[in-house]
Design a protein around this ligand. Structure first.
Ligand SMILES: NC(=O)c1ccc[n+]([C@@H]2O[C@H](COP(=O)([O-])OP(=O)(O)OC[C@H]3O[C@@H](n4cnc5c(N)ncnc54)[C@H](OP(=O)(O)O)[C@@H]3O)[C@@H](O)[C@H]2O)c1
Length: 321
């Protein structure tokens, strides 16, 4: 039986499970509500205490499903993360998106209602807003912290210079500091290693990385030259718009199959290997997985605490080169 491991969220005091359960495209959307709740329950049983959602996922429905499922657990037993930035309504409403004080405060209230909680543990700016002064955004976030509606603030897919500028302003204005950034990171997408990770480590900002399985590609279930598995994200037109409409790169699929012997030697499934690979980075506080079935949560949770050998890390580089 595996044991969940926990890491500090950046240099903050709060501890999050190495595996976080997310809800993009799945809960409130492609996954039935009952299956969503089963996944969340399985995660909780396995020691996952960290759950990620966003106001924009299924335009609020994802937050509702996650909030309802977590309602049965003590509020102090889990860390709940959500986000603000993307457009929440159709039509020409000028203030229905972005990181203005107005939109942040209004959306935080709306998220609290949808989630059914009194406070959000981690409130994240889903993207950078170049049309709002950064100081306005950071002051609005700090006010939410002072009001007790938000405990920690983070960002998602901010560049190294944007993160550095935010920290500089927060120090200058004595505002609550960023604790995390949420970028994409996996064996197939390593861009953060160049600038985002070094600057974040310097400032005590942890990465909570998304799509660590490249949306399922790194589980090895998509076999080169074979039809897509019927119940997979790539085969589902409701979910495959960020997987090139299900038209996967055969060369990538071939490389992924070459990871099997490395996983076997480590005693891991391919999914676990891909997650353990992300967790080899000290600056990664947690990997955010998606799951359409409880069995996937179980498989993925098994990556926690596994330290890959230097030999395996090198071999993964060689296979992917
Ligand atoms: N901040 C951002 O901009 C941003 C962007 C994207 C995601 N995120 C966050 O990160 C979370 C994870 O993203 P993601 O869903 O792309 O992550 P992922 O873990 O790379 O992919 C998840 C999908 O892969 C399949 N899968 C997962 N585990 C599996 C296993 N063990 N065996 C076989 N298939 C498995 C499932 O899809 P099927 O069963 O349907 O094939 C699952 O929904 C999101 O839910 C969200 O919270 C954030």
């Amino acid at each position: 039986m595996h044991e969940m491991k926990y890491r500090r969220l950046g240099s903050s005091g709060v501890r999050v499970s190495e595996i976080c359960l997310g809800s993009w495209l799945t809960y409130g959307n492609a996954t039935e509500d009952s299956a969503a709740e089963s996944c969340i329950d399985r995660a909780y049983e396995l020691g996952i205490n960290f759950f990620d959602t966003a106001n924009v996922y299924a335009r609020g429905k994802s937050e509702e499903v996650v909030g309802r499922a977590l309602k049965k657990y003590p509020r102090d037993s889990y860390v709940l993360a959500t986000k603000v930035f993307f457009q929440m309504t159709d039509g020409p409403m000028p203030n229905n998106r972005g990181l203005s004080r107005k939109h942040i405060i209004e959306q935080c209230e709306a998220s609290l209602k949808r989630l059914g909680v009194d406070y959000i543990d981690l409130y994240q700016c889903h993207r950078y807003d170049s049309e709002t002064p950064l100081e306005e955004t950071l002051r609005a976030l700090d006010d939410l912290v002072t009001q007790g509606k938000v405990l920690y603030v983070g960002v998602s897919e901010w560049s190294a210079p944007q993160i550095a500028e935010a920290v500089r302003l927060q120090e200058k204005l004595n505002l609550d500091r960023l604790v995390s950034n949420q970028p994409s990171y996996s064996i197939l997408n390593r861009y953060i290693e160049r600038a985002v990770v070094p600057i974040s480590s310097h400032y005590g900002i942890g990465q909570i990385v998304y799509s660590p399985l490249a949306q399922g590609i790194l589980t090895g279930k998509y076999k080169p030259g074979q039809p897509l598995p019927a119940d997979s994200r790539a085969a589902d037109p409701k979910q495959n718009m960020f997987l090139n409409g299900g038209n996967l790169d055969q060369k990538v699929l071939e490389k992924v199959q070459k990871l099997h012997p490395i996983a076997e030697r480590e005693g891991l499934s391919l999914a676990q290997l891909a997650l353990a690979w992300c967790l080899r980075q000290e600056n990664v506080s947690s990997v955010i997985i998606g799951a359409s079935k409880p069995s996937q949560v179980h498989d993925n949770a098994g990556a926690a605490g596994h330290k890959l050998s230097e030999e395996s890390i090198k071999e993964i580089d060689d296979v992917m080169a």
